[in-house]
Design a binder for this molecule. Sequence first.
Ligand SMILES: NC(=O)c1ccc[n+]([C@@H]2O[C@H](COP(=O)([O-])OP(=O)(O)OC[C@H]3O[C@@H](n4cnc5c(N)ncnc54)[C@H](OP(=O)(O)O)[C@@H]3O)[C@@H](O)[C@H]2O)c1
Length: 231
Amino acid sequence: MKDKYVLLTGGTGGLGLGVTPVVLAQGALVTVPYRKAKEIGRIKDAISPTTQDRLQFTPADLQDEQAVQQLVDNMPRVDVLIHLVGGFAIGKTHEYPFADWQRDFGLNLNTTFLLCKHSLRRMLENGYGRIVTVGSRGAVEPGGQLAAYSASKAGVVALTKAIADETKGTNITANVVLPSIIDTPTNRGALGAENAHNWVKPESLAQVICFLASEAAQDVRGAAVPVYGSA
Ligand SMILES: NC(=O)c1ccc[n+]([C@@H]2O[C@H](COP(=O)([O-])OP(=O)(O)OC[C@H]3O[C@@H](n4cnc5c(N)ncnc54)[C@H](OP(=O)(O)O)[C@@H]3O)[C@@H](O)[C@H]2O)c1
């Protein structure tokens, strides 16, 4: 990804803290949109000082189409979109508030649509692009009390595959990774650390994402790649 312009969403999150340093280490020029300024400090601590000048932060709410359009149009090019934004929620379907269902779709699926739509517009102008989205194991193996999460992530998989089909015959690809449990501080806090050795490390998932985002992955289209570790 040397000298590629990479739009990396969710770069300040648990997975993002593992992915951002790996993308930077490959020589990319990285834009990370953020909502909470205090999260930026965590990333700065995680990356090598020699790569800091290739990383820039832009405030943006990625559920707002105008903000996404502006973010994308302010970049010289969008060679790569790595869209990590998303979130987990749990609850029985018969008790699940409709507002929470809409929130989950907004966070997981609508952001993916908006980022893909506008990045793809720029990629088509330039004739080059790599899109990597994040689904979940739940998208293909939905579990009880995970209807909204699983359905919205299944939407991410379907959207990504549809884009991969639309971009056949170009040097633009779209693929989705399906993580199981990622070894983040949030998960250790919520689930306990006893089984963390079976979970996927953010740095490990970063390697899979970076391959799909690389020039070398030009013939991989519409793959939904399970990254389950030993869980
Ligand atoms: N953690 C897991 O075990 C796991 C398993 C399977 C799949 N996944 C998926 O992996 C991805 C990353 O997960 P994670 O654990 O890193 O999540 P996380 O720690 O909650 O990080 C989410 C990131 O998204 C950003 N974000 C959320 N809404 C946004 C908005 N409207 N505009 C701009 N930024 C927004 C957050 O920024 P702010 O802090 O500013 O809100 C944060 O940087 C998600 O898609 C998740 O569903 C995670």
